[in-house]
Design a protein around this ligand. Structure first.
Ligand code: 13P
Length: 251
């Protein structure tokens, strides 16, 4: 008997957007949505809204995540929240090493690794973001860059520990980002999968939209999409989910 096909991950990080009322309204729509099992949905609210969103999505297949957490379980770390705290609020997934954190908040490869281990210690699924910047891409260093980031993130992590990876080229993310093409993405996804091991899904993120989602989901070995702006309105998110369902049917 062949193994069932792995679901396509489709998630969004809201980054530093949304009031509690906006987060609840988004979650209420997700709670009322019927989900196709070919897709594994997830949402990553700001820390202030994790509990409210998780309460509304209890019993739904939508996984709720946190955008970051400290590597220590508790202590004198003013302003931080820990993995046990975000898990207590309802997070089942932890985003780690997003390029905005690497660029602005001293998120080093070492800290990424500490956070991966902290997540795994508490049964929270790490979602590790890696990606080269424009200069590295220009110099043809993308494969070496992401391979080193993945190796560092997974240092000392058992091969059988569940970890998600997201390829997020820095030059493709956010306002002013240039969407990567499937040809840009394919060799890097292959390199990440090679370094991370065959059972770990590799998502793509960076200016994903309804215009390019279907083409990106054709990249060999791609495990899903991690969406920012295009999914900050629930209709936008659900439209990309629908694209992924159609893509899964063609697989
Ligand atoms: P955008 O889709 O807004 O470019 O953001 C991508 C991202 O950083 C997802 O984590």
């Amino acid at each position: 008997m062949s193994e069932p096909a792995a679901p396509i991950w489709v998630g969004t990080s809201w980054k530093m957007t949304k009031t509690l009322a906006e987060a609840r309204a988004f979650a209420d729509v997700l709670a009322a949505t019927s989900w196709d099992p070919t897709v594994q949905p997830f949402v990553i609210p700001p820390a202030t809204a994790i509990a409210a969103v998780a309460e509304r999505l209890a019993g739904s297949p939508v996984l709720v995540g946190a955008q970051d957490a400290h590597w220590e379980d508790a202590g004198a770390w003013t302003g931080e929240v820990s993995v046990p705290q975000v898990a207590d609020a309802g997070a089942r997934l932890l985003e780690i090493g997003h390029s905005e954190r690497r660029a602005h908040f001293a998120e080093t490869d070492e800290r990424v690794n500490l956070k991966v281990r902290a997540a795994l210690r508490h049964g929270v699924l790490p979602l590790v973001c890696v990606g080269e910047d424009a200069r590295q891409r220009e110099a043809g260093e993308q494969l070496a860059t992401v391979t080193a980031q993945v190796r560092a993130a997974l240092h000392g992590v058992p091969d059988d520990a569940a970890v998600l990876l997201a390829y997020e080229p820095v030059w493709a993310i956010g306002e002013g980002g240039t969407p990567a093409t499937p040809d840009d993405v394919a060799p890097v996804v292959e390199a990440i999968a090679h370094e991370a091991g065959p059972r770990r899904a590799v998502l793509y993120g960076g200016s994903v939209s309804l215009d390019n989602a279907a083409a990106l989901l054709e990249v060999p070995g791609i495990g899903g999409l991690f969406v920012g702006r295009a999914a900050w309105q629930v209709e936008g998110y659900l439209a990309i989910v629908e694209t992924a369902v159609e893509s899964a049917r063609r697989r």
